[in-house]
Design a protein around this ligand. Sequence first.
Ligand code: AMP
Length: 248
Amino acid sequence: MKIIVPVKRVIDYNVKPRVKSDGTGVDLANVKMSMNPFDEIAVEEAIRLREKGVATEIIAVSVGPQKAQETLRTALAMGADRAILVMTDDEVEPLAIAKILKAICEEEAPGLVILGKQAIDDDSNQTGQMLAALMGRPQGTFASAVVVEGDSVTVTREVDGGSETVKLALPAIVTTDLRLNEPRYASLPNIMKAKSKPMATKSPADYGVDTAPRLKTLKVSEPPVRVAGIKVADVDALVAKLKDLGVA
Ligand code: AMP
């Protein structure tokens, strides 16, 4: 069984984003970029399934600029077998990403597509669900456990106040939550090996997908600055202060 893992190049999760002075977006100039953390978890899960003998081949896919090659090389160094870069300098919205992934799935016929539950830059949390809908395949989102048995996959999902377990017929779409696993670091030999693994370069047009945006960003702004806290002497002073502020 093949597994496709879509990986997005995003602003590194340790970087504090700066909003551009004209409010049109986040300033990405000279900012460290990395693989979306949920996608690292997806790559790790695919590798574990291959180690268990469930998967035979892992294909990492990224839609993005030429530099997204680095993200794909990271996936290859972790253990993916080959990569597809769908190169574009446009900002591509989840629906177009899902359409591109659908076209790739039609060519590759994977048993599973494992995506992150969301990309930490736009926080859309849409691509996996849209892909499942476009393909008419079952989806197990926010997975904290994935077990493949025969022609089905059992997914434990993180839901409000607990977990839910669903059984899906393969082929299926799974999206990862934080507790699914702890991704491995690529070893130096594997980083070297990744350089010679195959990477195909395509364009959205190769898949017949128009990436023109359907949304218009009106404004991006910093969150309001938090006002400094104050210290009070005791509980009575705290209650008095809260009453003063009209919150008690
Ligand atoms: P989103 O719906 O944008 O929050 O993204 C959810 C997941 O879809 C991500 O964790 C990735 O697995 C996948 N994805 C989104 N954008 C891209 C992209 N440009 N290239 C590859 N995968 C993507």
